[in-house]
Design a protein around this ligand. Sequence first.
Ligand SMILES: [Zn+2]
Length: 237
Amino acid sequence: MYSQMKSYIESVLHLVYPNVCFGCKQPLLLSEPYKICTSCLTKTEKTDFHLKDFPNDMEAKLLGFPFLKRATALFYFDKKGTIQSIIHSLKYENKPFLGEDLGNFMANSLKESNFFDNIDYLVPVPMHPKKERLRGYNQAVMILKGIQKVIPLPYHKEILVKTEHTLTQTRKNRLQRILSLSEKSIFDTLSPEKIENKNVLLIDDIITTGSTLIKCMEVLEKYGCKTCKILTIGFAR
Ligand SMILES: [Zn+2]
């Protein structure tokens, strides 16, 4: 009775305040599972990098790491495109659920392939703690949570962390420190035993030059990671 009432109220509310797709801004159907419409998800160009020979266009940006097994992105990421608009909402408009939606959709798209085989840990690219506190969440972690609903692999926050060079930071004022967070930040680990001889899947929202992922792989390499795969939502070409 309660659930019938709830779904009736939801239907009426939907007529008055339709949920709109974060890609095309068109009203979503009640039956659509995500806050991104089926049309945006199916019509946006996929990379299908995981089906291509090594090195695909994404792996070509990340060469030089013998333990890199595969890298793939769900969609091509074009300026002013659908995915750009969704990722912008995810990162700057306090819409963490979009990360879960995209991660969930991506995992469902890849689960029939062997991409998720033989992985010990999911490792999201970390954000600087101060930046994460300002945003309220790390978008890569939200993508990871969406993936976990389909592929329940473990995640430990301390496998990859972002810290800052404290010496150079102390001489700056507060604004200078916040502005310089990204360039002065370094990646490291708090649990090397979860890297050594392990197979990890690195997760991020988009890959542009690949420099962030390369810095993460340098840490994984330093601590003896066995194999690494990489998964992002968007690939900027
Ligand atoms: Zn749409």
